[in-house]
Ligand binder design. Structure first.
Ligand code: PMP
Length: 443
């Protein structure tokens, strides 16, 4: 029997949820699987804060796993969504807003005139975006194999779950049941940042590889930073063998730079170009929206122009487009500068607190994204990320939560700052760190 009353504590909320929702969650990382304890049941959020069912507020470093670049419930974004909602929730037809959003995205990617991203198709999730990018690559090359990197996460489509990051890493799974062996066999999983392994894979299978898909900067097994020139090497190697490079910017896109990770590398002098790019999270400002961008010749392989089929009843949903467009328009240089400064302050303070407590750790940055690994050597790939004293994070995480700071509930996730993390919010985080570091030390 259901009751309409909303629970007023997290334990009761989780118990009620578990009775009707598998594991009580609609996405596994929310379940506190590796940190233990009761997951938060959130009823609201504003700026840098989230509020749970008990009414307790936390400084939030999850930011909805990335989208909330401006902070939660930014008035400009909320107003845009309200206006759109008043005009109708969904039409199943094209809207002018979709074009405005595509123009905004393509315009942002024109860094130093190097962008070859000429068309954008909107979908609703990052999973759909990467799935579609791969279908385009296979359609374009008439080849079947895909190369992905261990510890990278590209959503939960069949071919991309092997040695995946994010919740698959958090739960310590090698992949997923339910993926046919024949499909898994079409994905070659390689260690990240390992040029020899990539050269070898192409030497052996080069004429069968449709694409390399890579996170522009790895951020789903903690941060796995591409070594200098690594993305350029991927582009060169793929292109030398007639394969495509798909740069997955679902997480990094419009978060680390106005033009994503690619923009960041280009401003620093890099000159590689992906054939296809996937976006999610910030592009939808917190609403379900994602996209695939690419060169015109590739993107026009999509139906209705070409033979590669892709569709969506709610694709380009007007509320999601309104949220995404408002978010991108509000995300000016000052926003990125603020997020960079806030991330630098928090990561430095976390490192200092762990140093003071004598906890071996390494902080890895990918622009304003960062993560902490509990080991004393740099993290270059997924094996390194797994070879850490990950259990220390459990104590660290709960000490922060007790002090009113909500961190991502897994050591394999990045910490997300927003434009709304003002001095007050940052001070709360900084004040909580020494005790959390001490808890990690004695874990
Ligand atoms: N790619 C990357 C790099 C991601 O980080 C994610 C989600 N964390 C996805 C794809 C999948 O996006 P979604 O959860 O919207 O399906």
């Amino acid at each position: 029997m259901s009751t309409t009353l909303i629970p007023t504590d997290n334990v009761e909320a989780a118990a009620r949820a578990r009775a009707v929702i598998p594991g009580g969650v609609n996405s596994p990382v929310r379940a506190f699987g590796s940190v233990g304890g009761t997951p938060l049941s959130i009823v609201g959020a504003h700026g840098a804060y989230v509020r749970d069912v008990s009414g307790r507020e936390y400084v939030d470093l999850v930011a909805s796993w990335g989208p909330a670049l401006l902070g939660h419930a930014h008035p400009g974004v909320v107003a845009a969504v309200q206006e759109a909602a008043a005009r109708g929730l969904s039409f199943g037809a094209s809207t002018p807003g979709e074009t405005l959003l595509a123009e905004e995205v393509i315009g942002r990617l024109r860094v130093a005139d190097a962008s070859e991203i000429e068309r954008l198709r909107l979908v609703s999730t990052g999973t759909e975006a990467t799935m579609t990018a791969i279908r385009i690559a296979r359609g374009a090359t008439q080849r079947d194999l895909i190369v992905k990197f261990s510890g990278h996460y590209h959503g939960h489509s069949d071919g991309l779950l092997a040695e995946s990051g994010s919740g698959v890493a958090t739960l310590g799974l090698p992949g997923s049941a339910g993926v046919p062996a024949d499909i898994a066999a079409l994905t070659l999983v390689l260690p990240y940042n390992d040029r020899a392994a990539i050269a070898e894979a192409f030497a052996l299978h080069g004429d069968r590889i449709a694409a390399v898909i890579t996170e522009a900067a790895g951020a789903n097994a903690g941060i796995l930073l591409p070594e200098d020139g690594f993305n350029a090497f991927l582009a060169e190697t793929a292109h030398a063998h007639g394969a495509l490079l798909i740069s997955d910017e679902v997480l990094t896109g419009f978060r680390v730079d106005p033009a994503g990770w690619w923009g960041l590398e280009h401003r620093a002098g890099a000159s590689w170009t992906p054939d296809l790019v996937t976006f999610g999270k910030v592009i939808g400002g917190g609403m379900p929206l994602a996209g695939i961008g690419g060169r015109r010749d590739l993107m026009e392989l999509l139906a209705p122009l070409g033979p590669v089929y892709q569709a969506g009843t709610l694709s380009g949903n007007p509320l999601a487009v309104a949220a995404g467009l408002a978010t991108l328009r509000l995300a000016d240089d000052a926003v990125y500068a603020h997020v960079d400064r806030a991330a630098a302050a928090v990561s430095r303070a976390a490192g200092e607190a762990l140093d003071a407590a004598g906890v071996a750790h390494v902080v890895t940055h990918a622009g304003s994204l960062f993560s902490i690994a509990f080991r004393d050597r740099p993290v270059r790939d997924y094996d390194d990320a797994r070879a850490q004293e990950g259990w220390r994070y459990r104590a660290f995480f709960h000490a922060m939560l007790d002090a009113g700071v909500s961190l991502p509930p897994s050591v394999f996730e990045a910490w997300f700052l927003t434009a709304a993390h003002d001095d007050e919010a940052l001070e709360k985080i900084l004040a909580a760190l020494p005790k959390a570091a001490a808890a990690a030390a004695s874990a």
